[in-house]
Design a protein around this ligand. Structure first.
Ligand code: AOF
Ligand code: ZN
Length: 350
């Protein structure tokens, strides 16, 4: 088999194992790495929880016979780091272990690395191949990449709508989808670093915005509530997880609660983005309501929409948000009996 295709197969395995880290490594990217000796995988690793070892370290440590490293190739989805952060540089470890060949998916846009890990390997005589399955490796860490390139979190819009395009009522909370999709949404919540709703959704639904139906981390809860109208008895204030309320009133904070004052005479979404960037929030899922989501769409502040559509007809209610001029992919979701679709729409970079 041609070397390129062999490299691609091994890189595909790296991508596969990297996803084990999704939702646990923030604000670190989740990376996958394998060690190949004589066409055999002899070690594998993925990024540990935040603060823990990187993928390459875990892959190297998993090799029983460390002597074999000198004759092995290390594959990794992201450029090995070159800086001292919470952990020492992976590039130095690779050099120390005398690994001769390294195959990298894509460069790390983080300012402290940004090509320097790649260069350090080259300068030390390592045979480096760059850009294997590059598109896939960039997509794998779309959150981390977007955060560093656009200086804002990766934004996912999520809503459920009826077949005739309604998503709710302004007085009561109604369910469009079912227990299976609810669980799916909780899984999605474990994957993102923060979750945001507007005031109306908070008032009508009194949401908990946690991941109680799926094993994993809870996201940072965020609400936009100009006049602090959400009652303190609501779930958002139960102190069960860190919560940020953007408002116009005062600046004070309590345990697990941050009241962040914005200037409501100016556009607020850029201010929200600045806050999230400064606080290293790399991904955000927005769960409503319609107006809040529409504001993000109108400001072109989104990367992906996940729309759960059921075959119910309401004939009235609050209209679901409208996306403009984007590529749509429609998937039949769950099984035929449930009649629920997930449309996943992603903005494609030129
Ligand atoms: C790698 N392999 O698996 C990951 C990398 O504070 P630290 O030491 O954990 O470093 C964090 C930075 O390291 C992070 O911003 C990103 O640039 C890189 N992540 N690098 O070689 C990995 N997760
Ligand atoms: Zn590293």
């Amino acid at each position: 088999m041609a070397q390129q295709s062999i490299d691609e197969q091994y890189m595909a395995r790296c991508i596969q194992i990297a996803t084990n880290g999704l939702g646990t490594t923030y604000p670190n990217p989740f990376v996958g790495s394998i060690i190949v000796h004589n066409n055999q995988i002899i070690g594998e690793g993925f990024t540990s929880e935040y603060g823990g070892p990187h993928a390459e370290v875990n892959a190297i440590n998993s090799v029983k016979n460390q002597e074999l490293l000198k004759e092995s190739t290390l594959y990794v989805t992201l450029e090995p780091c070159s800086h001292h952060g919470k952990t020492p540089p992976c590039a130095d470890l690779i050099i120390k272990k005398e690994i001769q060949k390294v195959v990298i998916g894509t460069l790390d846009p983080f300012a402290k690395v940004n090509g320097q890990g790649y260069l350090r390997l080259l300068k030390n005589g390592v045979d480096v191949t760059l850009g294997v399955l590059e598109k896939e490796c960039i997509k794998l860490n779309k959150r981390f990449m977007t955060f560093h390139q656009k200086k804002r979190p990766y934004i996912i819009l999520k809503w459920a709508q009826t077949e005739d395009g309604y998503m709710g009522r302004d007085d009561v909370q109604l369910w469009i989808t079912n227990q299976y999709t609810k669980q799916l949404v909780h899984k999605w919540r474990t994957e993102e670093q923060a979750i945001l709703v507007g005031k109306n959704t908070a008032l009508i639904d009194n949401p908990q915005l946690n991941s109680r139906l799926w094993e994993g981390n809870n996201p940072l809860r965020i609400a936009i509530d100009k006049n602090l109208a959400i009652p303190r008895s609501f779930h958002l204030f139960d102190q069960s997880q860190p919560t940020v309320i953007f408002n116009s009133i005062e600046n004070c904070s309590e345990e697990n609660l941050e009241l962040v004052q914005l200037d409501f005479t100016q556009k607020i979404l850029p201010q929200v983005m600045d806050y999230l960037y400064e606080n290293n929030i790399q991904s955000l899922i927005i769960e409503g309501g319609s107006d809040t989501i529409q504001h993000f769409i109108d400001a072109d502040l989104w990367d992906e929409a996940r729309i759960l559509s059921s075959d119910t007809i309401w004939n009235e209610g609050i209209l679901a948000p409208r996306l403009k001029g984007t590529r749509t992919e429609k998937h039949r979701f769950l099984n035929d009996e449930l009649n629920i679709f997930e449309n996943r729409i992603e903005i494609e970079e030129p």
